[in-house]
Design a protein around this ligand. Sequence first.
Ligand SMILES: Cc1ncc(COP(=O)(O)O)c(C=O)c1O
Length: 293
Amino acid sequence: MERVFLNGRFVPREMACVPVTDRGLLFGDSVYEVIPAYGGVPFRLAQHLDRLGRSLAAIRLENPLSRAEWESMIGELCGDCGDLDRSIYIQVTRGAYPTRSHRIPAEVTPTVIAFSSAIPERDPRIARQGIRAITLPDIRWHRCDIKATTLLANMLAQAEAVEKGADDAIFIRDHLATEGTASNLFIAHEGQLATPPNSDQLLPGVTRDLVLELARDAGVPCREAAITEQDLHRAEEIWLTSSTRELAPVVRLNDEIVGDGSPGPLWQRMDQLFQAAKHRIRQRARARSENQR
Ligand SMILES: Cc1ncc(COP(=O)(O)O)c(C=O)c1O
């Protein structure tokens, strides 16, 4: 049975209901997190919970649970996952109130939702053939560092990419490439990796930080630097990174071929390091369940 955590209790998914007056629904007044769990062990949990804390603080909503409460609830959801790779979705809204008003209520009772979903296996064609992307103007607001549920602009850009025969879109703001519709951006040029620095123009991705860490440990030159539209078009490699899509190599940008049109050598290397980090988590999960037997 799939369980949903709703306001302090685990309930069957079909029984998990929120009122129509919830501010998450009426105003998009809410933030979220997506945490991958491999073999039942959450990956980079502390980083995801830190970012959730920052998103909540940025929208002036007190964190409804302590760190220990988050960890225990996520641990329970992961316990339902068995050996499967799942992602844990968490959403905190400002709650439901009798009247619809733009004014933030004085007394707040947030709504807290969490559930797990399967992470589909990566399509082997992505590693072999890569994905296609288009560039689109970044029409989003100026607080893209908040993991807010107001994702209309992201979804519309994704839809436009698909309509134009691509898999995803990369946002351009003031001639600078910011990120993908649900991912961070890396480029490789002359053996050097680059990703835009964290700012209010993009989400500080947990996968992005892990890739930076892995690159530094492996001695791969890597910079956090603005990426101009021109840099993007000159890059030998482009990748999009996220917790559920991992490292996705872009082999076609608009009408141009990226590099030689196949996933590049730096992507191969970093993807191997990323897969090894995942593998270590799975081993830890296996060792833990053997100890519990
Ligand atoms: C807009 C945006 N940027 C970047 C990311 C990547 O973040 P993470 O690596 O923490 O999943 C996401 C993930 O959903 C996203 O929605």
